[in-house]
Design a protein around this ligand. Structure first.
Ligand code: GLN
Length: 569
């Protein structure tokens, strides 16, 4: 096993996540297997309880982890499912140690920060990296942060255990160009390097993030002042498209330099043709579609948090890349629609209602959905988007005027979206976390449905069926439910508590709403996963979060269908 530790200097948000994802992607291109691990030095056990204003979107893994959004970029770049163990937090490390201590597993020893904390960190990194040629570890936070130290210490420990030749340190740093000076400054980076040195780490590579490319003069300057070979000082200027990052790093030969550092040869000739084609499609689109994302928006200061929907954004862009269209995403506050009506939606080619929680803005979202249904405008509903589309249909087509989700109105006489009886007992015991449907679930799709057609056309049906065969063969614990004899089975991830109430399904179906997929639970319950309207240009929603499985070059079927429909506007 070989380790690459990625740390960040000078500022937070310097792009360590994308650098980590890109490094692993580049190594993959050279024929090696690579995985990526994110370290979050916070004490939260995972990101499940964090509000979106803290660290952006909560990323959901197949195995039901609610973790840091950086893992999303790793998956989007690497193209395979990463498990929740690839996100390590200080909370997990300490919880594990304290639990072990309580069970008496330390046999009377004093449990200390050194060596027990770094030992547990090393164990987790090795576990996540097991079976891969390379494990790229992103150490969250910025060099100089107190809470990083145990992780840097653990990195040194792995160096001792596996040998210097099997470890590389990469510092991702920021070089400002102050407007009054007009010159790129290297001093903050020199100081970040010195701080790393204090932890015994001498970076082998420095990735220099800056508004513009780094010139040779500055590379030399860092060589002279920080003892880093100028060849290993890599320019990583700002880009308008994140998928250019690995291409840019490769234009500086980062891959070959890394392999040289580890003393290994390329196993394959990199082939970026398809990746480049899609990036090219995004940069030179033939057409533009305008999409409104109708959601609840929380602002911090002047900065609106589009980061909380990063995967939805990415999924829209992936679909756009397939059709060579630019996807313009506007954020429309659902509360504005509540106050001012749906006039502001007239200019759009399609509407997305993404996931969400709570009552705020819900009536605005329902109005927006009604608008798309009655104006034959493409609509894609994700999770809460499906639930509210069901409520809208019940109200305006089935005449159940008070239809609602019990999340918003616990006393409605038409609870079309509700907590299932099995969850109610869990909630009564106060086990809120356990009442969520989290992670990947299989869904059986309806013959001749639009949803099935999209999963077929994008190749995802075939891909998911293969995956299911593997899961069955390996006897993996996985929420497939009852799928015996079914041929139209797909897998998507979930993060929600409420479900379509089975009591109302028949009545809604009679009124024309098609339930085009369901999860068949072992206890026989059918959980509705997809809805669609047959005589509409595109009216599709899902209880799942398909955005988590969308990749550049392998777009999510529903997003693909949605953008395709928007293009025809
Ligand atoms: N609030 C809804 C639920 O808990 C939807 C959640 C979501 O959109 N992720 O079921």
């Amino acid at each position: 096993m070989r380790f690459i530790f990625v740390t960040g200097g000078v500022i937070s948000g310097v792009g360590k996540g994308l650098a980590t994802a890109s490094i692993a992607k580049i190594l993959q291109q050279y024929g090696y297997t690579a995985t990526a691990v994110k370290i979050d030095p916070y004490i939260n056990y995972d990101a499940g309880t964090l509000r979106p204003t803290e660290h952006g979107e909560v990323w959901v893994t197949d195995d039901g982890g609610e973790i840091d959004q950086d893992l999303g970029n790793y998956e989007r770049f690497l193209g395979f499912e990463l498990p929740k163990k690839n996100n390590i937090t200080t909370g997990q490390v300490y919880k594990e140690l304290i639990d072990k201590e309580r069970r008496g597993e330390f046999l009377g020893q004093t449990v200390e920060v050194i060596p027990h904390v770094p030992n547990e960190i090393k164990r987790r990194i090795k576990e996540a990296g097991s079976g891969f040629d390379f494990v790229v570890v992103e150490v969250g936070g910025t060099i100089g942060d107190y809470q990083n130290l145990p992780y840097l210490f653990a990195a040194k420990g792995l160096e001792l255990e596996f040998g210097k030749n099997n470890v590389a340190y990469v510092l991702v740093t920021y070089l400002p160009v102050p407007s009054n000076i007009g010159e790129m400054k290297t001093k903050p980076t020199q100081q970040a390097i010195r701080m790393l040195n204090e932890a015994g780490i001498f970076p082998d590579f420095v990735l220099c993030r800056a508004p513009v490319p780094l010139d040779d003069v500055r590379k030399k300057k860092l060589e002279t002042n920080a003892n880093i070979d100028a060849d290993n000082v890599i320019s990583a200027p700002d880009v308008d498209n994140i998928y250019k990052v690995p291409l840019n790093l490769e234009s500086e030969d980062l891959g070959k330099k890394l392999l040289k550092h580890f003393g290994v040869m390329p196993l394959a000739e990199p082939d970026w043709t398809n990746w480049k084609r899609l990036v090219e499609n995004m940069n030179h689109p033939k057409k533009t579609v305008n999409i409104a994302m109708v959601g609840k928006y929380i602002d911090i200061g002047h900065f609106s948090l589009t980061d909380s929907y990063i995967s939805v954004n990415q999924a829209l862009l992936h679909a756009g890349a397939e059709f060579s269209v630019k996807v313009n995403i506007d954020w429309v506050d659902a509360k504005k629609i509540e106050k001012e009506g749906t006039d502001c939606l007239k200019v759009y080619d399609g509407i997305v209602v993404p996931g969400g929680f709570g009552a705020s803005g819900v009536e605005g979202k329902i109005k927006a959905i009604e608008y798309t249904r009655t104006h034959n405008l493409p609509f894609l509903g994700l999770c809460y988007g499906l639930q509210l589309a069901v409520a809208e249909y019940a109200r305006n087509v089935c005449g159940m005027q008070t239809a609602n989700t019990t999340e918003v109105d616990p006393n409605t006489i038409c609870p079309v979206i509700d907590i299932l009886p099995t969850q109610k007992s869990i909630l009564a015991e106060g086990r809120y976390g356990a009442s969520m449907r989290l992670g990947a679930y299989a869904a059986i799709l309806k013959e001749k449905s639009r949803v099935l057609d999209l999963y077929k056309r994008t190749g995802r049906l075939e891909e998911d069926l293969k995956r299911i065969e593997e899961i069955k063969k390996n006897g993996q614990a996985f929420r497939l439910g009852i799928i015996d004899g079914q041929h139209n089975v797909v897998i998507e991830r979930h993060r929600h508590r409420y479900e379509v109430n089975p009591t109302f399904v028949q009545e809604l179906e009679k009124a024309g709403l098609v339930f085009s997929g369901f999860h068949h639970r072992e206890d026989g319950t059918k959980l509705m996963e997809y809805i669609e309207l047959p005589n509409h240009r595109f009216f599709v929603a899902t209880q799942a979060h398909p955005e988590f499985k969308s990749r550049l070059g392998n777009p999510s079927p529903l997003f693909f269908g949605f953008i395709e429909a928007c293009c025809k506007n």
